[in-house]
Design a protein around this ligand. Structure first.
Ligand SMILES: C[S@@+](CC[C@H](N)C(=O)[O-])C[C@H]1O[C@@H](n2cnc3c(N)ncnc32)[C@H](O)[C@@H]1O
Length: 422
């Protein structure tokens, strides 16, 4: 699976989820720890591996390089006994039908055990390796957030808390907290979001009280601000333009059941998850379209919306701590393309907004190019658009909108701007 992330750009989360279904809880948790941990630290581990190899590994042997990352992860971060790691990972090369690599793996790991401190010190001498991020990402964060860069980079590699949003159509946050306490689960109100709870006990989501009944959704506390900022009012027509997997759609539907909510996504597979989530939480009456939001003729009935949520496709660098594979899946060249898509979506959707209506622009990116620069460019070209100040204490006020950096408020990184049509 790790090789598929690195070579084929596959998402680790999706691969893991299907594999975990056939495992018992303890094994599923161990699989998650090893794979997510290895990918999280892969660029630091790679800086060690490249010192251990006499020449770079050939592309077709990426799996052997990944095997070394994983073995080193177990030694450094999981404290698996050294001898067990060396013998079992060397033996794995036979299972991979790469018996030729057995002595290489064996010798490399033994060399690491002999010179561990020096090898790690060499790797950590380079700041991008020390933080286990590609150089372009290190430079972008340092350029955009010089004062916060170190804290932001450190929080990329911390494990994210499990955060829930209580379905207040069913019960209050206090009532659900009491249910958790009664079930002996450590939990407390999270720093952001009116209905959020951070769970500190290591429990499977499906095993939490009220999962089947839809008493809560899993949603980071910073993500919960989107629907709160849009503040849907009864009988308004509301559009969720990029909806899947439906975290914010469900929040909008739960905040104000009297709205006429339309949710769109251009990915049919992801849209089925919106349906499942709405069903579990008991929100019906949402109109779903599988369509390109920018192709108005394919889905819009020409009746304007009072409020639009544009949770635009983005680099997702703000959620790197939850999706550590993003450091391999994203390239610096993606950012220009994403910023162009974000601006195009904003411009195309604008005419669907009623005069006097508002649009909340959201990304889970932390790069200015995808956030305030998109909004600035949009405002320059749109005479009937005005920014509405976000009256809040969270995050950082930007030239346009507000930015939450990963780790601030113990939440993911998110960007928000509110635009009103005059
Ligand atoms: C950041 S995610 C949305 C997350 C979602 N709002 C939530 O809270 O669960 C962005 C979504 O936009 C969708 N998307 C990308 N381009 C789109 C387009 N042109 N039209 C509609 N959806 C699009 C992607 O499939 C993806 O599901």
């Amino acid at each position: 699976m790790l090789t598929s992330v690195v070579k084929d750009g596959k998402s680790l989360g999706e691969m893991i989820r299907s594999r975990q279904q056939s495992l018992e809880a303890r094994e599923a948790a161990r699989l998650q720890e090893i794979t997510f941990g290895t990918i999280r630290w892969s660029l630091r581990l790679d800086a060690v591996v490249s010192q251990l190899l006499k020449k770079p590994m050939r592309n077709k042997d990426t799996d052997v390089k990944v095997l070394l990352w994983q073995a080193l992860y177990e030694i450094i971060y999981m404290r698996t006994p050294d001898y067990a790691v060396v013998s079992s990972y060397a033996a794995l090369t036979n299972k991979m039908r790469k018996g030729w690599a057995k002595s290489l793996v064996n010798a490399s790991l033994r060399e690491f055990l002999r010179s561990r401190e020096q090898l790690l010190a060499n790797a950590d001498a380079s700041p991008p390796s020390r933080h286990s991020v590609p150089e372009w990402l290190y430079s972008s964060v340092s350029r955009d957030w010089p004062d916060q860069a170190e804290a932001c980079l450190l929080s990329f590699n911390k494990k994210a808390p499990l955060v829930l949003r209580v379905n207040t159509q069913q019960l209050s946050r206090d009532d659900y907290l009491a249910e958790l306490t009664a079930a002996d689960i450590d939990a407390a109100v999270a720093q952001l979001g009116n209905d959020s709870i951070a769970v500190s006990s290591g429990v499977r989501v499906e095993a939490l009280p009220g999962f089947e009944q839809g008493q809560f959704a899993v949603q980071d506390s910073a993500a919960q601000l989107a629907a709160e900022l849009l503040k849907p009012a009864a009988s308004e027509r509301v559009l969720d333009a990029c909806a899947a997997p439906g975290g914010k759609t469900a929040h909008l539907a739960g905040l104000q059941p009297g709205i006429h909510l339309t949710a769109i996504d251009n990915d049919a597979h992801r849209l089925t998850r919106v349906e499942e989530n709405l069903q579990r939480l008991g929100h019906d009456g949402v109109t779903l379209h599988c369509a390109d939001a920018a192709d108005l003729s394919s889905w819009w009935d020409d009746v304007p919306f009072n409020a639009i949520l544009l949770d635009a496709p983005c680099s997702a660098l703000g959620v790197l701590r939850r999706h550590p594979d993003i450091r391999h899946l994203r390239r610096d060249t993606d950012i220009n393309v994403l910023a162009a898509t974000q601006l195009r979506l904003l411009k195309t959707l604008w005419p669907t907004l009623a005069r006097g209506g508002r649009l909340v622009y959201v990304t889970c990116s932390i790069l200015k190019q995808e956030n305030q620069q998109v909004v600035a460019e949009f405002l320059r070209g749109q005479a009937d658009a005005a920014e509405v100040d976000i009256d809040a204490t969270w995050g950082l006020k930007c030239q346009h909108g507000r930015q939450i950096l990963p780790g601030q408020h113990n939440s993911d990184g998110f960007y928000y701007a509110i635009l009103a049509r005059q």
